[in-house]
Each structure stands twice: as C-alpha cells, then as structure tokens.
Ligand binder design. Structure first.
Ligand SMILES: Nc1nc2c(c(=O)[nH]1)N[C@H]1C(S)=C(S)[C@@H](COP(=O)(O)OP(=O)(O)OC[C@H]3O[C@@H](n4cnc5c(N)ncnc54)[C@H](O)[C@@H]3O)O[C@H]1N2
Ligand code: MOO
Ligand SMILES: [Mg+2]
Length: 363
C-alpha cells in the first residue's frame, strides 16, 4: 500500500559483466594489444585505479569498473602469461561488457505502485532497495464453512450414512495455494445453530465461503439464514452446470458471502471460477484469463454454461483440453483424473475440437 522508489541507481555503479581484464581503450586505438597486469579488482572491493594506461587490471563479474578503464575483455578472448595479457580480438567496442550505472533505473524512480501485487519479482526489487518492511493491504479474513449432518471430520470413522467433509479442506488448500490463511468451521443442519454461528463468523471475516445447504432440501437453510442475518442476496442460481444453486451476497459490513453448492465438484468449480475472481479484484490483481483448445468434439444439450472437466496437455505448442467427463458433480474422485474446468457457453449444444474456451485450472 505504498509506492516504492529506487534508493540508488540500478545498477548503482558501472558493473563489470564478465570475468577478464579492463583496459583504457585509447591504448587499444594506439595499437597496443599486450598489457601488463597490475592488479585485480574483485566484486565487493572498493574501486581500483589503473595507475598506468599501458597496463590492465583483472576484473571479476559484479565488481566496480576500475577508474581509468572503459573496456572489459573476457578471459576467453585474452591469453594470460604470467603478468602479461595479450588480447586475441580483431576489434573491441568501448564500454563492452560493462553494465553502466543507472541504465536500468535512476535513483528516485517509482519502481512499483501501491496497488502492485507482490510476486517473487517484486520481492527481489524490494530487497534490492532495502525494504525489509513494506506497507501492504490487510489480508482478507476468510472463513470456510461446511454444513450438513451427514458430514464427519477427517479422523472420524463415518457411519454407513455419513461422509467426511472433504470440501472445506479442498477450499482451504486452494486458498493456501493463493497464500491466504483461513478459518474452517462446521455447522449442523439446525437453523438456530446456523444463525447464531454464522452471525459471529460474518462479524469476524471479510469473505465467508459456505459449502452445501443452498438447494431445495428441507434442511437447506443457508439462503434464508443469510438473509435473516442482513446478507443482501445478489443472486441465487446460475445458468450453469455444475453449480446451478450457487448463492452470492454481501453483508452491509462489506463481507462477501459465497454459498457454494455442496456437491464437491460444484464447490470446487465455483471456487475457481468465482471466488478467485473476487479475491483478484479485491487485491487489484489483474488475473489473466487462461484459455485452452478443446481436444475432442463434445456435446452438451441443456442451455447452461457447462464446466467440462478436462486434462490439460501441451500438444503442438498449445494448451489442449481433453474431456474427462466423470459421473456428475458428486464424483469427487474424478477431480483426480482432471486438471481443470473448460467453460463451454450456454448458447449451443455442439462443440468442436480446436475451439478455444476459458480454462480454470486447479493444479
Ligand atoms: N430438487 C432439486 N434438488 C437438487 C437441486 C435442484 O436444483 N433441485 N440441485 C442439485 C445440485 S445441482 C446440487 S450441486 C446440490 C447442491 O445442494 P446443496 O448446496 O444444498 O448441498 P447439500 O445438499 O448440502 O450437499 C450436496 C451433496 O454434497 C455433499 N456435501 C456437502 N457438503 C460437503 C462437504 N463439506 N464435503 C463433502 N461433501 C459435501 C452432500 O453430502 C451431498 O451429497 O443439490 C442438488 N439437489
Ligand atoms: O451444482 Mo450441481 O453441482 O450442478 O450438481
Ligand atoms: Mg441440499
């Protein structure tokens, strides 16, 4: 949340780019090809001075260019015998193999704006300018909430009619991939309990991601409870498959609420399509929309956007998406076979190999 400036020129001195010798080009122009080595300038030592222009200094990559020199010749182009260095080149260029002071950035230049998302590249530059501490946007506080009496935790042994609650761990892992910490909650299918616990969760988080309880079931209390807690519904239901029952809203405190359909593949897809976009926008990150070519013809009749599960392969230098259809959005295991979702538009039923569509990948 602060602009970052260059504290010094980039590079901060005339930087030697190659291990070799440094000479004064005027001697070369006078025809000198053999030079007496009078010393060595290593990286990290103060600037040396060439005392006699007929001589040369050995220089190491990363060192300051010695005073009195303006050409660096690589060892590969020099024959060194004892204290003599013979240059084996027909021609040289003044300032060759020298990274001149300030050619990349000048002291005082703005290097990154306050809205810049910090990638390893920005971290490198922050380190270069000595910014061991930098003001950043507050991390969004994110809650992941599962609902459902059929769900038990990982270590529990489910009864025949129960399953382990995989969705919250999938979402937690997906958010950890995006460097977000999360708080994970589980709430039973009881309206009162859901209301009291969601009230607290909403107050303590900036983003709440629920999984389950948004469809037509008798215990699908989530939409009603969210509204009763002051979360304004933006929409409930999207013309898509999977993910049709998806509910989204915002609390007047600004907290965004994603109530994702409980089927695992549906939760997964809605996260990568919608929650990621929201997080990118919140951080001003202009995510580039990935695309891929459909590798084989596919048909999907309903007038819904279809998020086809695909295996992504590189073929002919292009990202190809091979359909890995699976057995519906409850087929969690199919996530193992695929890598991503390919978004097929709702306005037609037939899709040809070679057509390009948006891609939402999870690995
Ligand atoms: N009459 C209708 N029934 C359903 C419709 C519909 O339109 N009409 N939509 C179907 C679709 S599409 C989906 S998706 C599901 C979504 O239902 P909910 O959001 O209410 O999800 P639940 O009923 O709570 O659970 C659905 C399914 O997913 C399993 N689940 C839930 N949470 C987890 C979790 N944390 N980890 C793993 N698995 C989870 C749950 O056991 C159910 O099997 O509704 C359809 N029904
Ligand atoms: O959202 Mo559902 O996942 O279409 O089954
Ligand atoms: Mg339900």
């Amino acid at each position: 949340m602060e602009d970052v400036y260059a504290d010094r020129d980039f590079p901060p001195f005339n930087r030697v780019m190659m291990d070799g010798i440094a000479i004064d080009s005027h001697e070369w122009e006078k025809g000198r090809r053999e030079y007496t080595i009078e010393g060595i300038q290593t990286a990290g030592s103060p600037q040396a001075v060439l005392s006699d222009s007929k001589n040369c200094l050995e220089v190491m990559t990363g060192a300051m260019l010695p005073q009195g020199t303006d050409v660096v010749i690589r060892y590969e182009d020099v024959t060194v015998e004892g204290k003599k260095a013979l240059i084996d080149l027909e021609e040289i260029k003044v300032l060759q193999n020298i990274h001149l002071k300030g050619t990349d950035r000048k002291a005082g230049d703005v290097l990154m704006s306050k809205s810049q998302v910090l990638s390893p590249a920005e971290i490198a530059v922050l380190a270069t300018v000595g910014k061991s501490k930098v003001k950043v946007a507050k991390h969004l506080r994110i809650a992941i909430v599962s609902t459902g009496d059929e769900l038990v935790d990982i270590e529990d042994t489910p009864n025949p009619y129960q399953i382990r609650k995989s969705n919250v761990y999938a979402l937690g892992a997906a958010l950890a991939d995006l460097r977000h910490k999360t708080n994970i909650f589980h709430i039973k299918d009881e309206k009162q309990v859901l209301t009291s616990e969601l009230k607290v969760i909403l107050a303590e988080h900036d983003v709440v991601i629920l999984s389950g309880g948004v469809s037509k079931g008798k215990k699908d209390y989530v939409p009603e409870v969210l509204s009763s807690l002051g979360v304004e519904k933006y929409f409930h239901g999207v013309k898509q498959r999977p993910g049709k029952p998806f509910w989204f809203g915002k609390h007047n405190s600004g907290t965004a609420v994603f109530a994702l359909p409980g089927n695992p593949v549906s939760t997964f897809m809605c996260f990568y399509k919608y929650v990621v976009a929201y997080l990118n926008a919140s951080y001003g990150k202009k995510g580039k929309q990935a695309k891929a070519k459909l590798a084989a013809p596919f048909s999907f009749a309903p007038e819904l956007s279809y998020f086809l599960q695909v295996k992504v392969v590189y073929a002919g230098g292009e990202l190809q998406a091979e359909p890995v259809v699976g057995r519906g959005s409850g087929d969690l295991a199919n996530l193992l076979e695929a890598d991503a979702f390919l978004e097929l538009p709702p306005d037609r039923a037939q899709f040809e190999a070679g057509e390009v569509f948006p891609l939402y990948t999870y690995r």
